[in-house]
Design a protein around this ligand. Structure first.
Ligand code: ADP
Length: 540
């Protein structure tokens, strides 16, 4: 929801209340962590009515707290990506005729043909994924059209599975929403369009033409376009809130509903990522978000239509071997101390050119930057403790300067080999998706490891761009508020960045060291070669 001013009021903060409210409603719905896991261990669903109950509770709590709904000029929101909601025949009429004296959950309880919605954690639609890739002419072709190869959690294969396994319920469906457009529909009192950005997480939308791909729709279900409705730009004003909200909570009848989007696109908006920027979340896993001017989808990662400028794109990459792998090496090589781990990074030179370099540095560190342009012994590590997503590889692979595999190096060199290897991999795969570092590029670091100055320095050097840190604990929520404001002002052609220019800025953490550019440009090529070699070995 957005404050009623032109610029973002920095004293006003959206909060994560819906998540907390969901926690209490999930207990009522007898879910665990908000989901039901099927007996096969692959099917994961959430009751759609649980989300409705959460919204009921949240709004009631805000009303009790004295929130002045009449001052809300526009609202938007975000939902977990990929999940799908199946509206039963006749539900549109119920939505339109909601009675303001009754709760939403009471009135909508019979409105879902499929009560348990498949969510992003589901991985039970492998068969349907194969069919989608076949219909497109292969995985690479599907990725090229929709931004991603077939993924089981993506909505296209989920809809196909529902049609295959629950034909009666599917027959009784008049509309299919994403979780985001489902929530927007509740505010609108009619079915809300799926926005371009969240629509890109379905394996059905052509990310260039912005239209559903007919062959893919046909492969899932003939006539699916009617069930999905026409997709719209993410900044679209879909209409005003329905009379239910005006009469029950005191919203203004002109309060605009701006298209809702997925949580990842909303986070990109919350971080106010711009062209040339890359955001990296250094959490349990590492996640990379990038602003892309052109779409160059690959077999790994995802390209979505950009949520704040539909002419551009965003890239999303997930890496499973993030902080947990750094922790493993911290425990083994740095006596379980982040301080010692950081010291190892301080003591080893850019490019990790080995023991000789370290000894020299001790002697002449006061007059030399911590860089020696030598390629004597350049250790490079590819650490995949668990099966990696980007790329699909497993195992620890440590190389010397001649690209020979080595089994052990000094503790300090191994720490640097890990961290450099991780960030070279983030850069390599981001560039493969179409990202390039341009003058003015910023790296936004978030997540647990972003408090570690030395890790950030390596990140900064590998990308040769300044690193900023920011608190993004509520970035999807904040991004929704920014987008609501942008949506209502977009009619006058103001850019998203003009609208949010008074919002708090990220803090500069560090800038690249001298020569970083040279060292890592070269090393990136080498990393690409070694990764290819490892993948070939794993396949043979
Ligand atoms: P998530 O939200 O994915 O659960 P967080 O963003 O909270 O994770 O990050 C947690 C991770 O941060 C931990 O696994 C830990 O390894 C890492 N971490 C915490 N402090 C430091 C530090 N000083 N240096 C490096 N990594 C750290």
């Amino acid at each position: 929801m957005a404050p009623p001013s032109r610029h973002v009021n920095t004293r006003w903060r959206p909060c994560n209340t819906l998540k907390h409210t969901l926690a209490s409603t999930s207990a009522l719905s007898r879910t665990e962590g908000g989901v039901h896991v099927g007996a096969d261990g692959l099917t994961v669903t959430s009751p759609a009515l649980m989300w409705v109950k959460a919204l009921d509770l949240l709004l009631e709590q805000m009303k009790e707290a004295g929130f002045d709904f009449s001052r809300v000029r526009a609202l938007s929101g975000s939902g977990q990506q990929h999940g799908s909601v199946y509206w039963k025949k006749g539900a549109a009429t119920t939505l339109q005729q909601l009675h303001h004296q009754r709760s939403l959950s009471h009135q909508l309880k019979d409105c879902f043909s499929v009560h348990d919605s498949p969510v992003w954690m589901d991985s039970s639609s492998g068969l349907q994924c194969e069919r989608l890739e076949d219909a497109a002419g292969g995985a690479a072709k599907l990725a090229d059209i929709t931004g991603s190869r077939a993924y089981e959690r993506f909505t296209g294969s989920q809809i196909a599975k529902t049609r295959d396994e629950r034909p009666r319920e599917f027959q009784d469906t008049e509309r299919i929403s994403l979780v985001s457009s489902f929530a927007a529909s509740l505010f609108l009192g009619r079915y809300a369009a799926i926005d371009y950005s969240d629509g890109s997480g379905m394996n059905l939308l052509d990310i260039r033409s912005k239209k559903w791909n007919e062959a893919l729709l046909e492969a899932v279900c003939p006539g699916l376009d009617v069930l999905l409705g026409k997709p719209m730009p993410s900044a679209s004003v879909l209409g005003a809130v329905s009379s239910y909200w005006v009469r029950r909570f005191g919203f203004s009848d002109t309060c605009a509903v701006v298209a809702f989007t997925g949580d990842n696109p909303a986070s990109l908006a919350g971080m106010r990522l711009q062209q040339g920027d890359l955001a990296v979340s250094l959490g349990t896993s590492d996640t990379v978000f990038v602003w892309l001017q052109h779409a160059r989808p690959a077999l790994e990662g995802h390209v979505f239509i950009n949520p704040v400028d539909w002419r551009h794109f965003m890239g999303l990459l997930c890496f499973k071997n993030g902080s947990l792998t750094r922790e493993r090496l911290r425990n083994r090589c740095a006596d379980s101390s982040w301080e010692r781990f950081s010291a190892a990074l301080r003591q080893t030179p850019l490019g990790n050119n080995g023991y000789i370099g370290i000894l020299l540095l001790f002697l002449i560190a006061p007059i030399l930057p911590s860089f020696l342009p030598s390629s004597d012994i350049m250790f490079l590590g590819l650490y995949f403790d668990v099966m990696e997503i980007t790329p699909r590889a497993v195992g620890v692979h440590l190389f010397d300067a001649e690209d020979n595999k080595v089994s052990s190096v000094s503790a300090e060199a191994e720490v640097r080999a890990l961290v450099e290897g991780q960030f070279l991999s983030r850069r390599l795969h981001a560039e493969r998706l179409g990202y390039s570092i341009i003058p003015g590029s910023r790296i936004l670091a978030t997540g647990g490891a972003s408090c570690n100055k030395e890790i950030l320095q390596v990140l900064c050097d590998v990308f040769n761009a300044p690193v900023y840190t920011m608190d993004v604990s509520n970035s999807a929520c904040l991004g929704s508020a920014y987008r609501a404001l942008h949506g209502v002002l977009d009619q006058s052609d103001v850019s998203f960045f003009d609208v949010t220019k008074e919002a708090p800025e990220a803090r500069l953490a560090t800038t690249p060291q001298l020569h970083a550019h040279q060292v890592y440009n070269e090393m990136l090529q080498r990393y690409g070669r070694l990764e290819k070699k490892v993948l070939q070995e794993l396949r043979s």
